[in-house]
Design a protein around this ligand. Structure first.
Ligand SMILES: [Zn+2]
Length: 250
């Protein structure tokens, strides 16, 4: 597909500093331009993920959220500013992203991820980035990605701690293998620092760029834990579960 994609002189200048990285190069940039990523959630994770994919020259970027910008979003969600309080997050985000890089096709989707909506939202997408804030929606997204064979880049944060993994359907354990379903008593606001969300989001964006451009080695089959409170990071191998209701054989 990327063979049909050409880079303009202007794009070669704009993306020069990443094209200079040889394993990526012009081919990587063309693959990125041919790709369609979906960012699910436009909060502390989704804002920086969408920004980096947009700046980096992804061809098409779909953004999904149903929330309205509130004052308590503003410590960690750089796409939403004080003047945006009260408007839809998808509108606030799209307005900035279009100004950031008008070459990117931005599709704003003001819908919740449910069993009824998820398939339509995933249609034509090359990768989905999980920037959600609750496990119930994550399980729905995970199942649909596995069934549609769409890679999923998971990220999550709490306070100064965060985690990340890349799920490749039929190749790695899925999200429900790693985090078996529990009845969730959440919806309470959780503590989050902007830089923690920004750290995990930056790594999610990097994984997305690597996956789409076929550069480097993905964080597949591993979960990265980041603990900013003591500034430590470690990798844990994750295992598929035979009794996983999504991808298990049992
Ligand atoms: Zn599974």
């Amino acid at each position: 597909m990327e063979d049909a994609v050409k880079l303009t002189e202007e794009e070669l200048k704009r993306y020069h500093r990443q094209i200079l990285f040889e394993p990526f190069g012009r081919e990587g940039q063309k693959r990125l331009k041919a790709a369609h990523a979906l960012v699910v959630g436009l909060g502390g994770l989704g804002s920086p993920v969408a920004m980096y994919l947009c700046m980096g020259g992804i061809g098409k970027l779909s953004i999904v959220d149903t929330d309205i910008v509130t004052p308590s979003n503003l410590n960690r969600q750089p796409l939403h500013w004080e003047s945006n309080i009260g408007i839809k997050k998808v509108d606030s985000a799209k307005e900035k992203l279009v100004r950031m890089n008008p070459r990117v096709d931005i599709v704003a989707i003001n819908k919740r991820i449910t069993q009824e909506t998820v398939r339509t939202i995933l249609k034509g997408v090359d990768v989905a980035v999980d920037c959600l804030d609750n496990m119930a929606s994550r399980y729905v997204l995970n199942r649909a990605c596995i069934e549609s064979q769409i890679p999923l880049i998971h990220g999550g944060v709490y306070g100064m701690v965060g985690q990340l993994t890349t799920i490749l359907p039929s190749k790695t354990p899925c999200l429900e293998c790693i985090f078996p379903k529990v009845e969730e008593a959440d919806q309470e606001p959780i503590p989050v620092f902007g830089p923690t969300a920004g750290t995990i989001a930056s790594l999610q964006a990097l994984e997305t760029i690597k996956l789409l451009s076929e550069t480097g080695t993905l964080l597949a089959g591993h979960l990265l834990y980041f603990n900013g409170e003591v500034m430590k990071c470690h990798l844990v191998d994750v295992q598929a579960r035979d009794d996983c209701p999504v991808c298990g054989k049992g």
